[in-house]
Ligand binder design. Sequence first.
Ligand code: NDP
Length: 323
Amino acid sequence: MTRAVQITAAGGPEAMTLTEVSLEASGPGMVQVENRAIGLNFIDTYHRSGLYPMPLPSGLGTEGAGVVTAVGEGADLAVGDRVAYCSAGIGSYAEALNLPAARLVKIPEGVDFDTAAAVMLKGQTVEYLLQRCRPLLSGETCLFHAAAGGVGLLFGQWASALGATVIGTVSSAAKAELAAANGYAHVINYSEQDVAAAVADITGGAGVPVVYDGVGRDTFAASLASLQPRGMLVSFGNASGAPEPVDLQRLAQGGSLYVTRPTLVTYTGTTDELRDSAAAVFERVLDGRLRVEIQQRYPLERIADAHRDLEARRTTGSTVIVP
Ligand code: NDP
């Protein structure tokens, strides 16, 4: 047996309960992992609320780091290996769980469990957004929404290290300060300022060639309006709700604009892609190019409070759940 968070119906944070569940022996290709740290991500709230429907009852949570305690037939890991995971299935809010070995990565020496759980999903997201989805070039300017969030703080550091000028949006002065300390050359407070007008000011009227938008409904129109002709909107999340359907004529009016809606799962679909992406993240953590800001910690028993704080915009940087 182990303790795990379960939901039986989609709903608010109160829909989650921490219960005793049975933990079966690892089947072929699977390993058992005892979690030492669990990552909190906005996608967990979409699974809980039903925005991303899934079969119920279900566990919850997509990211964690821990130690392999049992190995199924054919799995390429050993008991005692330190591993991290983030696209291996849903159910990481647990003390222990079975996971497919092909979706795990070994944590390099020098990276602790908390850091691994705080950086893997968010860091891999930044890796594929910046290097493979819409590669950002040195000298380019881009716009990123929710700059002081978990993905946001890592994005600012990585993009500025590429030699890009990064404009970020945030909802408060304290978040603006944090974003500025993490690579953002310009920070717009979108609770007070018109984003497209501020971007026009910063870019001398030109607009930006690319916007990375994880906020969704509330920022979508401003993101399109901030683009220069032939620019690309990378719409990768729904923190404020899912964006409305796109009128293709709007893309013509903006000047031959592009919109893409990428997911981490498709950019780390093969084991090689997954491990290469993780290696790029951990390499930057180890050599100091990426500083992982763990700003909140909650025991697993307080998972509902963690979701409430994330959804109420009270968190910054990464959050770790302690099993
Ligand atoms: P964050 O830590 O960034 O938290 C979300 C932030 O969004 C808030 O702190 C808040 O910042 C901002 N926000 C704006 N409007 C709202 C609103 N109405 N309600 C709540 N928050 C709002 O979360 P993550 O780092 O975990 O994820 C960031 C985004 O990236 C999410 O949309 C997530 O789904 C997406 N994502 C997508 C992936 C993909 O591959 N497609 C992979 C990983 C993440 P502020 O107060 O400054 O506005």
